[in-house]
Design a protein around this ligand. Structure first.
Ligand code: ARG
Length: 553
């Protein structure tokens, strides 16, 4: 990678790790560094030592002390030809330290519909799985559904009172949700119900046959429902290990913590752990002897680290989970289950509707994700119908799925994940904007150029660069590896989304300015090669974000 080479050169000269960036303004070179200012060295002296390196066309000092680099055409051509011959895998350099990373994402709650925060977690999580794998780490993809806890006692109690098997089978999630809501409301008037619910959960914990059967049925129906959404999203989660899996390990875990004197019994009988640096002790067992969410989290950490010999666990979970996870991480550290630096919370903000409100219908109900995706596909179909009316209907439908689902995903991934975002159909589907359809369309246009030219990826491809725009394409395309690594190492997929937009913009200027199909001989061959290399990168980048790149649009 070009940036690595420049960093290495600078390290040899200055002895320091340099920050090398790509300036937004191309007049400041292809790459630039502030190392001279940071180290107090003379920029001119540094430049003297590298300006004759054949890798650069030009190296300049710019006030107040930046060093700007222009990469030599020969070097760019050499690397670009390598891309054409060997494909995007040339960017898959071994990482300095290979990690085994468990990424926990999606993690919906059983018997409830997937919420918008689950959508975000699923989309961001899957993108990080793909990206971290691409940059050479071993990644375990995992969901941790909420399938245990007192609320299941309430649900079972409600089902025994008012449940209807037939209705539930036909429409499982809304039916379960209704039962739950009805129970909560009734319990407000009649607190005896709470006791009844607790009793049912206790029976469930103790292995009561009937309650286990009902619980298992709810679980299966829910997972089936989630899988439909995952399928629609093209998401593959390798392992699904819910909270209930850890039930048998909880009591021994608490006992052990007490024995080792890490946990203490409080005055009310609850069992708590003090976390260094946190004013709030964490409860791992309630006064009535019931274990809680945190206890299951701890057992899960221990299990994951051991089962996959993981070096890290990442939690792709909403900002709202910050306090909870911090407490869990601190407790895990205290118990010697994990080191703090092995546990990371990859947070994200909320998705709001245009009025800045929570994502819900007017009646306050969650909008089912299936409906959102169905609408996205329907809107995308209109775009495809307009762009390419003569395509066969079936193909148009499959393109509409790629574009509609891609639009929703890209919209999410193109934002800095930490901030709240406002759901906006027009932005999401804008063919000329910062959107998946725009990038997909650019990709489809490149595909169409290659089809018309009957392009074949030949051995010994050639490049003959005659225009600055061609050089620009090469520079941008060849930055791909650096970008994916940055996105992966910082867990910010929007870095890749931004880059793909920039690449698409550069490509649009390129083919609107320079003839490709109508160019002559060597120039035509060379431009087709550029188109081919760039198209491969657009496609690989979209795929890493979990987005398809259809050949036609
Ligand atoms: N089940 C939770 C929810 O639906 C998300 C869980 C996040 N993961 C975790 N290990 N706490 O909101």
């Amino acid at each position: 990678m070009i940036r690595d080479k420049i960093k290495k050169l600078l390290k040899e000269i200055t002895g320091k790790e340099a920050k090398v960036e790509h300036p937004e303004d191309t007049r400041h070179g292809d790459y630039s560094t502030n190392i001279a200012m940071r180290t107090g060295l003379d920029a001119k002296e540094i430049v003297k030592k590298i300006e004759n390196n054949p890798m650069f066309e030009k190296v300049e000092v710019a006030p107040p002390g930046f060093i700007n680099f222009w990469i030599d055409k020969k070097e760019l051509e050499r690397l670009f030809l390598e891309l054409i011959e060997r494909g995007p895998k040339i960017f898959q350099k071994k990482p300095e330290k290979k990690e085994t990373i468990v990424i926990e994402y999606s993690s919906p709650n059983i018997a409830k519909p997937l919420g918008v925060h689950h959508l975000r977690s699923t989309i961001i999580g899957q993108a990080l799985v793909n990206i971290l794998r691409f940059i050479g780490h071993k990644v375990v993809s995992l969901s941790f559904p909420g399938d245990w806890g007192t609320q299941f006692g309430f649900l079972i109690a409600a089902f025994k009172r008012w449940g209807n098997r037939e209705k539930l089978r036909r429409n499982p999630i809304p039916e379960m949700l209704d039962l739950y809501v009805r129970f909560s409301q009734a319990a407000k008037k009649d607190p005896k119900l709470i006791e009844e619910g607790r009793e049912e959960f206790k029976k469930l914990e103790e292995g009561d046959r009937e309650n286990r059967k009902i619980w298992k049925w709810f679980l299966e129906e829910s997972l089936e429902d989630f899988n439909q959404v995952y399928k629609l999203l093209g998401v593959k989660i390798e392992h699904t290990i819910g909270e209930s899996f850890y039930e048998p390990e909880l009591k021994p875990l608490v006992k052990d913590a007490l024995k080792r004197d890490v946990a203490k019994r409080g005055r009310d009988g609850s069992i708590v752990i003090q976390i260094p640096g946190s004013p709030t002790p964490e409860i791992i067992q309630k006064s009535d002897g019931a274990t809680i969410y945190t206890t299951r989290e701890l057992a899960a950490i221990r299990h994951r680290l051991k089962k996959w010999r993981a070096t890290k666990i990442l939690y792709v979970a909403a900002n709202q989970q910050t306090f909870h996870l911090k407490q869990v991480f601190g407790t895990a550290q205290r118990l010697g289950i994990a080191k703090l630096e092995q546990l990371g919370h990859v947070k994200f903000g909320m998705m709001l509707t245009s009025g800045g409100k929570k994502f819900a219908t007017r009646e306050g109900r969650l909008i089912p994700l299936k409906e959102v995706l169905a609408e996205a596909i329907q809107r995308a179909k209109k775009i495809v119908d307009e762009l390419n009316p003569s395509l066969p209907e079936e193909l148009k439908e499959s393109i509409a799925r790629d574009v509609g689902v891609g639009a929703v995903k890209f919209f999410d991934l193109s934002h800095n994940r930490l901030v709240d975002i406002i759901f906006d159909w027009d932005k999401m589907l804008n063919l000329k904007g910062f959107s998946a359809p725009y990038i997909q369309y650019t990709h489809a246009r490149l595909s169409s150029i290659l089809r018309k030219a009957k392009f074949r990826n030949k051995r010994n491809p050639r490049l003959t660069i005659s225009h600055p725009l061609e050089k620009e394409i090469m520079v941008v395309v060849l930055r791909f590896g650096e970008i994916v690594r940055d996105a992966g190492e910082t867990y910010f997929p929007n870095k890749l989304a931004n880059y793909l937009y920039e690449l698409a913009n550069t490509l649009n200027v390129f083919y609107e300015t320079l003839p490709v199909l109508k160019a002559k001989n060597k120039e035509r061959e060379s431009r087709l090669n550029l188109v081919f290399g760039a198209k491969e990168i657009l496609k690989t980048g979209l795929n890493l974000l979990g987005i398809s790149a259809p050949e036609k649009m």
